[in-house]
Design a protein around this ligand. Sequence first.
Ligand code: ADP
Ligand code: MG
Length: 683
Amino acid sequence: MAIHLSSPISDLHGIGLKAVQDLRNLDIKCVRDLLWYVPFRYDDYSVIRGAGEVKAGEIVTVIGKVKSIKTRPAKNRHLKVVEGIIEDETGELKVTWFNQSYLEQTLPSGTQVSVAGHVDDKYGLSMTNPVIEKHSGGVFTGRIVPVYGLTGGLKMNRLRLAMKESLPAADEFPDWLPSNIVERESFSSLAESLKAVHFPDSKEELESSVNRLKFDELFLHQLMFAHVRKQQATKGAHAIVFDEIFLKAFIESLPFTLTGAQKKAIWEMVQDMEKPHPMNRLLEGDVGSGKTVVAAAGAACALHAGHRVVYLAPTEILASQQHSAFVSMLDEPVALLTRSQHKLGTEEIPKKELIAKINSGEIKCVIGTHALLQDKIQLGDMGLIIIDEQHRFGVEQRHALLETGDKPAPHLLSMTATPIPRSLALTIYGDLELSILDEMPEGRLPIATAVVPTPQQKGMWGHVLTQIKEGKQVFVVCPLIDPSDKMGAKSVAEVAKDLSKGALKDVKIGILHGRLKPDEKEKAITDFRDGKIEVLVSTTVVEVGVDIPNASVMVIVGAERFGLAQLHQLRGRVGRSDIQSYCYLLPGELLTQVGESRLKVMEETNDGFKLAQKDLELRGAGNVFGNAQSGFPDFQLATPADVDLMKKARDYTVELLEKDPYLDDYPLVAERIEREFEQVHLE
Ligand code: ADP
Ligand code: MG
């Protein structure tokens, strides 16, 4: 059967009902989706050696004939050892497999095989548990082999074969990049690059292909920015009259003294909002630096001048938390509106009624999730919109917000804890204004951080118990073990069960993960906030923004699975008041040497910017994938290290739009941008 981009994956060999289901859990339904499922790393088996020529310590492929093969019991009676000899004209190599006694049948003497793996010389030169491929290899051995994230019962080699079978369909992808760019940069075509990202013939080919795909992402984003910039230039905004006496009184009313950085950011914002053009300001500040109060000050000023204000949070949990914060700081009524929550001040009111009051302008301040944008609220004619923890640099949101017809566009304050250096931010956004909170509120103690290897974990849980007895609270964060356990229900349940049976018996433990219904999530967080729960076991849903000042311990299970930026965000959930806090990183079975030094960096610094820098250094250029961890989740492939490529993408964008502002001669480019804007998923 001919395989096309639109073919269902069930058309591929070896992909049966069960595999279809497993792949569906990874959002892969057709060949097109499959081709964009890129490897997260590679095994390099491209060095081919004669059986008699291998050296200890090498990772190689050996192609030859099975000279002999037999199974013998090991000293440990549960173990079966299969021993084989592979021979070719250069000599012989011993290979050993554990518990794979079927090999004696599938690889009888005389079989032509290709084996790949690490050569050791514990008992003479040999390979232990090598990868096997019949004949002379070429998919799992003898080349650079892709390694994919797996789920359910899906087998790596089955996925590799399906990918291999799908590759020809990549030729159906039209190359949307203008041909003059492709030529000047000596890029290979989109189809060739994508094929090489799965099955590269060499390291160089892999690198140049990844580079080409990264450029695609960055160029597309630059084009989108340019589009939004043009859109914005044509827009007016409400000039928000600034009342200094009012602002001073607002600041006086706060229960703490603002830091210098907070004051400066507020000042910059109110000045922007006085102008009749839409503000586009990014407020960047490390976790715990106090961004909320800056946003609240802006909201207070806009409301005081009679304008409407919307605050968009990334999750329901955060929306309700920030709503409480705003209610406590502002004099005006503040509404909360999410899929499951509808409140005015602290009172619940029917959703319909609330929406009507918001749209009529009777209620001027509303806090909700990003979904509000697509939903019932007419955002037009807003004075100020605040986007907390924005994603994708907010370009889609800005686009949506500027679609106000002939009405003025809102001023926009977006906030992020992602530590993008100023120069990089300016390269990416160009037109953006930046305020940075580079100062922590007074009285904060540095969080004591320690990597805790297994033998010391018992003692650590003892310390956790002492903290609980002192009335403090504890977060335990679990990693997602299987990519299809996206909601983390499985991981959380397992860890919570282990703790309640062992280290934390008789402690009130609550759980929080993506599978829970919104009101169950809300209850978990509220119970934790109210102290009804002492330990909250959760996924990374607590990563951004959750503010529970009484929590003093953050335990991160399987810490090596998280990126530094993410670990830093998680750690930032404690140490949010003047109590001494602790962060314990428990490494799991995936810990490598690099992973260990990465975790050690966490012990050394509490500074998000330094960590981001260190993260990049430790990753190195080779490790391109696994971006979800990098704290730069806006792209699938590009990372903050790709500054040069970013500059290039920006320059090409300027050049292209100068030549052809409406992209009349570049219909594929125009179409690509449009498609991307249509895909706005705001939640
Ligand atoms: P983030 O920047 O991570 O969003 P928040 O705005 O949630 O941080 O603030 C973290 C905590 O610090 C909150 O409990 C907040 O009330 C408190 N806070 C903010 N600014 C100050 C300040 N200047 N002095 C003391 N505490 C502050
Ligand atoms: Mg926050």
